[in-house]
Design a protein around this ligand. Structure first.
Ligand SMILES: [Fe+2]
Length: 379
């Protein structure tokens, strides 16, 4: 940024009540949400955010940005009955703006289905079409495999994200995975109220276990003066301790849950990539995490990051890349020996968890079935 630009940027924070007269008119939601988080068979967290103010950025006399600030709210609801539908209203203002419904998770082992999508960060029209298709499937919950938004630090991006998902997530719990585009941003942690440390966590439905991992680590900027090998060494080591602790946590969690009927693991970057420029990264990832998923008989690992559909199989575990939620599609130019099926198309997954087997369907943006994978109950 030039000196002139730096001097030209002025920050003005104005309360909402005066925005109509002193701030250029901004079309905005006054409320984000409400939306559902951290469901169980007896509890749910309802979140929402209210517009608190707008920071106006000027270049000389020209307004170049209006940046919104939201205040985040959450209400933890307890003493609910399993498998029961409730309605709620966080505003009680006589409108539908604060209203939604939710269904608690079942208390025992019974069939249910959930949806998975990923990389919803751009091409909002495609994202909206995928979300509308997921609403039609009426899932118990939804998981996004990461890169929800283009820039985690941009409130504008979150505003778009929540607008697109509004109808879905005020009625269906939405679980998220940290992608590189989330930038490990404070906004992410402010908006979502997830189990555990929120970066990597688990939850269960009946005897199905769901685990999300953080493959991004803590957000750091490499010092400008680092170059070449020194810069590579910085990136290879800065989060080493973080990932080693996460790996120990996962090993322990999988050992403690050896009786699970199904185990689904979600993280953002791929374990098997069919995009030439990312094959080596995936190999390094497999080198670090090793055979942990196969050793613990994980049903399926679901990733994002590479914008296409890909199904690989190794050691009895299905490795699925579901990253067709809106971000521009990638060419598939490095098919792997483990590859079973791939398609360059926008899509989502519907997973039916049954008493004897789980059926994972990849469904494209036109409603056509790409592939159906059947996995047997672990025990
Ligand atoms: Fe990504």
């Amino acid at each position: 940024m030039s000196i002139r630009k730096i001097l030209g940027v002025v920050f003005i924070v104005l309360p909402i009540l005066t925005q109509c007269t002193q701030v250029e008119q901004v079309e905005s939601l006054e409320i984000i949400g409400p939306y559902l988080q951290s469901m169980s068979d007896e509890e749910v967290t309802i979140c929402w955010a209210t517009l608190e103010g707008i920071t106006q950025i000027l270049d000389g006399d020209s307004v170049i940005q209006n940046v919104k600030q939201f205040e985040n709210h959450k209400s933890i609801i307890t003493r609910l009955l399993p498998n029961t539908t409730y309605s709620y209203d966080v505003l009680k203002d006589g409108t539908d703006n604060g209203k939604g419904t939710f269904t608690t998770f079942p208390g025992g082992i019974e069939p249910f289905h959930f949806a998975v999508l990923g990389d919803t960060r751009t091409r909002h029209d495609f994202h909206q079409r995928i979300v509308d298709k997921i609403i039609d499937e009426d899932p118990l919950f939804v998981v996004n495999t990461g890169d929800l938004v283009s820039k985690g630090n941009s409130m504008d991006d979150w505003d778009h994200f929540f607008r697109i998902n509004d109808t879905l997530i005020r009625n269906v719990p939405y679980y998220t995975v940290l992608g590189n585009h989330e930038q490990d941003s404070e906004n992410y942690y402010n908006f979502f109220s997830l189990p555990g440390n929120e970066s990597y966590y688990f939850f269960s439905v009946g005897d199905a276990l769901f685990i999300t991992l953080d493959m991004e680590g803590e957000n750091h900027s490499a010092p400008e003066f680092l170059e070449g090998e020194s810069r590579d060494a910085f990136w290879n080591n800065i989060n080493k301790k973080y990932f080693e602790e996460e790996k120990k946590w996962l090993e322990n969690l999988l050992t403690l849950n050896s009786d699970a009927g199904y185990i689904f693991v979600f993280f953002h970057p791929t374990y098997y990539s069919i995009k030439e420029s990312r094959v080596e990264d995936a190999e390094l990832r497999r080198e670090f995490w090793g055979d942990i998923f196969e050793r613990h008989n994980v049903t399926a690992v679901l990733n994002g990051h590479d914008h296409y559909y890909h199904h690989a199989e190794h050691g009895g575990t299905h490795y699925i890349v579901t990253a067709g939620g809106g971000a521009p599609l990638y060419d598939t130019d490095a098919i792997q020996p483990e590859t079973v099926k791939y398609k360059k198309i926008e899509h989502f997954m519907r997973v039916d968890v049954g008493l004897e087997q789980a059926t994972m369907k990849a469904i494209d943006i036109n409603g056509e079935l790409i592939e159906e994978i059947v996995a047997e109950r672990r025990k």
